[in-house]
Write a protein that binds this ligand. Structure first.
Ligand SMILES: Cc1ncc(COP(=O)(O)O)c(C=O)c1O
Length: 422
């Protein structure tokens, strides 16, 4: 599997202390830390190759263009896309989804059409569809999830089979429950019903081997910053024919073929969707992040997280006041462990854990409908999320600090209060 000690040596930030303690970084669902290889790729670009892309004929511009386009090809290979032309660089997952909502949904949806989502979507894969629905007269419908955190597939069959579904927008791995949704099966159901499928891969692409040909969906969105890369870079993969038929997202330089005063024609896909100067340096550094993950092997990344998640679930379950959300089996989920503890408010938990150097997230994690469906007495939970540099010591530190948090608040073990189901 993974040599965590060797990996940790590549992440300078993991050497720092927080409140005089070793940093235990368990907020990888929000963003991951960056290895020295990515940091150096960024400074190397600015030190040696910095120029604008697709414009100049001088050497630096050629080099910058080649480095930028090489990463497009690298991303295509990483997810087994047919060609680099299917890869659009955006700012993040959110922008990738908005691009489809704007360029496809607004043009193609009609009153009465349905955009099908799930009750476990991140706001990024919900609000853009609400905007598109408001603009077109379409309706957003959600497939609920069951008590074990898995999707209600009977309902999915019913909703997708209603004859009204035009698009299924579904998260591959929930950023709260950790649930890995059966995207291939859902895609079959949606396609049988004549609907397109957009997969929100923000949490899955960084943690699971991803093959867009096997998924067979129509669009896939993900963010570089959740997979060791810099902030400010996202990816939209789409089927070439669909991208070609879509409206541009923004107008400006670099996305045109010809421009007249009153009208213009567009450049080919994917340039059509990349108006203005892109985030060149960060895209180049994202290439170093992909190299790093390829070097580890995504199968090994997944195996490491399954083993560590199993350990974390066991250790947390041993704390009597803990309630863990999402599927019980590590094979059915990612390394995202959301819990309620001893009736304490998640913000209190996260704040005390921080005093012990343990970084976790507290709140609704941009999933208010999901938290409403959990029927908690506060709309918030605490989330620990794992990645390649986490090990059993980190889990032990979390569990130890949680026990201390309970003692700090004088918890007696009662299940009455915030953060546990009513
Ligand atoms: C499942 C899911 N979708 C979408 C997003 C949005 O990602 P970004 O903020 O990079 O656009 C996130 C980020 O937390 C996420 O977890």
């Amino acid at each position: 599997m993974l040599d965590v000690a060797r990996i940790r040596a590549d992440f300078p930030i993991l050497n720092r202390q927080v409140h005089g303690r070793r940093l235990v970084y368990l907020d990888n669902g929000a963003t991951t830390q960056k290895p020295v290889q990515v940091i150096e790729a960024l400074t190397r670009f600015y030190s040696l190759h910095n120029a604008n892309v697709h414009r100049g004929v001088h050497t630096l511009s050629d080099e910058a263009t080649e480095l930028y386009e090489d990463v497009r090809a690298k991303v295509a290979a990483f997810i087994n896309a047919h060609s680099a032309a299917e890869i659009v660089f955006t700012r993040n997952t959110t922008e990738s989804i908005n691009l489809v909502a704007s360029g496809w949904a607004r043009r193609n949806l009609r009153p009465g059409d349905e955009i099908v989502v799930t009750a476990m979507e991140h706001h990024s894969n919900l609000v853009p569809w609400q905007l598109a629905a408001a603009a077109t007269g379409a309706r957003v419908r959600a497939i609920p999830f069951l008590a074990d955190g898995t999707l209600d597939m009977d309902n999915a069959r019913q909703v997708l089979g209603s004859g009204k579904a035009r698009l299924l927008a579904v998260v591959h791995m929930s950023n709260v429950l950790g649930t890995i949704n059966p995207v291939e099966e859902l895609t079959r159901l949606a396609h049988d019903a004549g609907a397109l499928v957009l997969v929100d891969g923000a949490q899955s692409v960084p943690h699971l081997p991803t093959d867009v040909r096997e998924l067979d969906a129509d669009f896939l969105a993900f963010s570089a910053h959740k997979m060791l890369g810099p902030t400010g870079v996202g990816v939209l993969w789409g089927r070439r024919g669909l991208l070609d038929a879509m409206d541009p997202y923004q107008g400006g330089g670099s996305m045109i073929a010809t421009v007249e005063i009153e009208h213009s024609t567009w450049a080919e896909t994917p340039q059509k969707f990349e108006a203005g100067t892109p985030n060149i340096a960060d895209v180049v550094a994202f290439g170093a992040a992909i190299d790093y993950l390829l070097d580890l092997g995504m199968g090994n990344v997944r195996a490491h997280e399954v083993a560590l998640t199993r350990y974390a679930l066991e250790q947390l379950a041993a704390l009597p006041e803990t309630h863990i959300f999402g599927p019980a089996q590590p094979e059915q989920r990612g390394g995202i462990i959301t819990f309620g503890y001893a009736g304490l408010h998640p913000h209190d938990i996260a704040q005390v854990l921080d005093q012990y150097g343990v970084a976790v997230r507290a709140g609704h994690h941009c999933t208010q409908p999901l938290h409403r469906a959990l029927n908690l007495d506060v709309g918030a939970t605490t989330r620990a999320s794992l990645y390649i540099y986490n090990d059993r010591d980190d889990i032990d530190a979390l569990v130890d600090a949680l026990g201390r948090t309970g003692r700090f608040f004088g918890v007696t073990g009662a299940h009455s209060g915030s953060g546990v189901p009513r």
